[in-house]
Design a binder for this molecule. Structure first.
Ligand SMILES: [Zn+2]
Ligand SMILES: [Zn+2]
Length: 142
């Protein structure tokens, strides 16, 4: 079993070819990938059974999200983006407690490596989602 197959199996996701491909694709990227770019890469227009293919693609993203393998990022550009969730950045509610950085120059959005403290919330509040985006210039564009 490959490393990626193991990661998927460990959380109860059967490592099909499409799933492995999508996960590896996202994992390789240093920045978040937009939904349309993902679709372009995985749903081939020329294929005769493109509807089935598209359904598999949508289902795969949904499964990954439900299992916490990837997360959606809303960076204010109006485009839905996805990134692989770093295991170490998960909070106690299994939510993804980190901020994102959006470069206004190159348009890339990345996950920041530091976890947001859960102590910023008063008692009896529960975080299920974090949607914090810092904007500025990334080190490459600087
Ligand atoms: Zn940049
Ligand atoms: Zn992120």
């Amino acid at each position: 079993m490959t490393k990626t197959e193991k990661i998927l199996s460990n959380i109860g996701v059967r490592p099909t070819e499409m799933r492995l491909k999508i996960y590896k694709f996202l994992k390789r990227k240093k920045s978040a990938v937009s939904f349309s770019d993902l679709k372009k890469a995985f749903v081939q227009k020329s294929e005769t059974n493109k509807t089935a293919n598209r359904t598999t693609f949508y289902r795969c993203l949904k499964t990954f999200e439900e299992k916490g393998l990837i997360h959606q990022i809303n960076d204010g550009t109006g485009v839905t983006k996805y990134a692989v969730t770093d295991e170490n950045l998960k909070g106690k509610y299994d939510s993804d407690l980190h901020m994102h950085f959006h470069c206004t120059d190159c348009g890339k959005t990345i996950c920041l490596p530091n976890k947001i403290s859960e102590e910023i919330l008063p008692h009896d509040y529960e975080v299920s989602e974090v949607n914090l985006v810092l904007k500025g210039i990334c080190k490459k564009c600087k």
